[in-house]
Design a protein. Structure first.
Ligand code: F6P
Length: 337
């Protein structure tokens, strides 16, 4: 391993070829990001290598040269043209050694990794072990990376949730039912809270405040039925919340009398053409990844704060401590009377 790191020293001096991969759960806007990274790199005179199936593709050597036309006509497509995976092998030192051999063989001098928490954790370890310049882009619908106001795919997923809830509301109100709608988030409540505000739901049950209050008890005790016969509650997927099924089971046992239904939105939240906002974010962040490498930035994630591009060290981005907006939670409570 030491030998590789030592051989790699010259790479710091100049980058001629950048590899791109997408990893973990896909997110709308990943293609826009791939396009931006590819075109910004070529604009600066660099070669680009597309790595298929995330880190797995580095282990199985699935690498192709990318020209500008490889990324034509993809900005509007959901998913990722590079495919994605969650590689168990890359989590082992041996797997990363094989991956690094592929990097060397293809003369890749730096990597741009587009993905969420797990993908950037992998990037951080790989970068340290092999002294390889890596820049991350936050590609996840969960919006759970710290140091960035928003992540690529989050806005599109929120819009998908809002449209789905609008439809469920029609039937909820016709039947005068209480609906628990489970949304994704990998243990974070951003989609649930913001989705609830956007769709005019009565409440959001989120993991961040599970240990502080019994959110279900709060909801029922606050008399959410004072003025309405139907109700919509968004529940973040999480062991802490117990998900929408867990909530419905509790209501049946503890508060019989409600006509309860459950909808789990599932992977529909990850698909679809990216919103304008996600396309713009992904384009800006993709170009910024190349700027960062030109600026000799290493092992940082590109973030956005107050509309400005920022560099966030991997260690900070993956810390799992991004706070939810308590004021927004309060606004939701006020508006659901
Ligand atoms: O991290 C993105 C995400 O969609 C999470 O919200 C969810 O928990 C997870 O991925 C689902 O992963 P998979 O598609 O592997 O089931």
């Amino acid at each position: 391993m030491r030998t590789f790191a030592a051989q790699n020293f010259y790479i710091m001096a100049s980058i001629k070829c950048v590899g791109i991969l997408t990893s973990g759960g896909d997110a709308p806007g990943m293609n826009a990001a791939i396009r931006a990274v590819t075109r910004a790199a070529i604009y600066n005179g660099w070669e680009v290598k597309g790595i298929y199936r995330g880190y797995k593709g580095l282990i199985t050597d699935e690498v192709s040269a990318f020209k500008t036309n490889n990324v034509s006509n993809i900005i509007q497509q959901g998913g990722t043209i590079l495919k994605t995976a969650r590689s168990q092998e890359f989590m082992t030192p041996e797997g990363r050694r094989v991956a690094y051999e592929t990097v060397r063989r293809h003369q890749i001098d730096a990597l741009v990794v587009i993905g969420g928490d797990g993908s950037l954790t992998g990037a951080r370890i790989f970068a340290q072990e092999y002294n390889l310049p890596i820049v991350g882009l936050p590609g996840t619908i969960d919006n759970d990376l710290a140091g960035t106001d928003t992540t690529i795919g989050y806005d599109t997923a929120l819009n998908t949730i809002m449209e789905a809830v609008d439809k469920i509301r029609d039937t909820a109100s016709s039947h005068e039912r209480l609906f628990f709608i489970e949304v994704m988030g990998r243990g974070a409540g951003f989609l649930a809270l913001n989705g609830a505000v956007a769709s005019g739901a009565e409440a959001a049950i989120i993991p961040e405040i599970c240990t502080e209050v019994d959110q279900l008890e709060d909801l029922i005790k606050n008399g959410f039925r004072k003025s309405k016969n139907s109700s919509i509650v968004l529940v973040a997927e999480s062991e802490l919340t117990g998900g929408a099924m867990g909530m419905a089971d509790r209501v049946k046992k503890e508060y019989p009398g409600y006509d309860v239904r459950v909808t789990i939105l599932g992977h529909i939240q990850r698909g679809g053409s990216p919103s304008a906002s996600d396309r713009i974010l992904a384009s800006r962040m993709g170009a910024a990844a190349i700027d960062a490498l030109l600026d000799d930035q290493r092992n940082v994630m590109i973030g956005i704060q107050n509309e400005k591009i920022v560099y966030v060290p991997f260690s900070k981005a993956i810390k799992d401590d991004k706070p939810i907006d308590r004021d927004l939670l309060n606004t939701l409570r006020i508006l659901s009377i």
